[in-house]
Ligand binder design. Structure first.
Ligand code: FES
Ligand code: FES
Length: 154
């Protein structure tokens, strides 16, 4: 049986009906046209579906849409409402991504990390991004871009 939920998505109030088994990831992608969260493992391992729920990173494949009633969801689309993010520019400059499938999840996690810890150590970066997997880069260019970015901004 469908349930009506109401929540804030990227700053706008949204209402829709969802089924009891619908995940937030499915609803974002198929009902709301929000495609930055990617379907990777679909079981909480890869971080490709990372979004912010009330400001904290969560894996949207693990959240039932019913659970977000009354809450605030932010995706990369919301973070990019004013255009490309400065950290994103740095990551492009540093070749931090190859196929790009993991990129939205990494950018959301990096945003959350830098908000909490503006000048993270290498260990703090690794810890902050521990929930995101990348099959292409070996992580070094991603970590180096964040270190470079935070040095220039400190
Ligand atoms: S698709 Fe959600 S963690 Fe992999
Ligand atoms: S760039 Fe391909 S998975 Fe990360």
């Amino acid at each position: 049986m469908k349930n009506k939920i109401s929540f804030i998505l990227n700053g706008e109030k949204r209402q829709l009906e969802v089924g009891p088994q619908d995940t937030l990831l499915e609803v974002l992608r198929t009902k709301l046209g929000i495609t930055s969260p990617k379907v990777g493992c679909d079981r909480g391992d890869c971080g490709a579906c990372t979004i912010l729920l009330n400001g904290d990173t969560v894996k949207s494949c693990l959240i039932l849409a019913n659970e977000i009633d009354g809450q605030e969801v932010t995706t990369l689309e919301g973070l990019m409402e004013h255009g490309i993010l400065p950290i994103q520019e740095k990551m492009v400059e540093k070749n931090s991504f190859q196929c790009g499938y993991c990129t939205p999840g990494f950018l959301v996690s990096t945003h959350a990390l830098l908000k909490k810890t503006p000048c993270p150590t290498k260990e703090e970066i690794k810890e902050g991004l521990a929930g995101n997997l990348c099959r292409c880069t070996g992580y070094t260019p991603i970590i180096d871009a964040i270190i470079d970015f935070t040095k220039k901004n400190s």
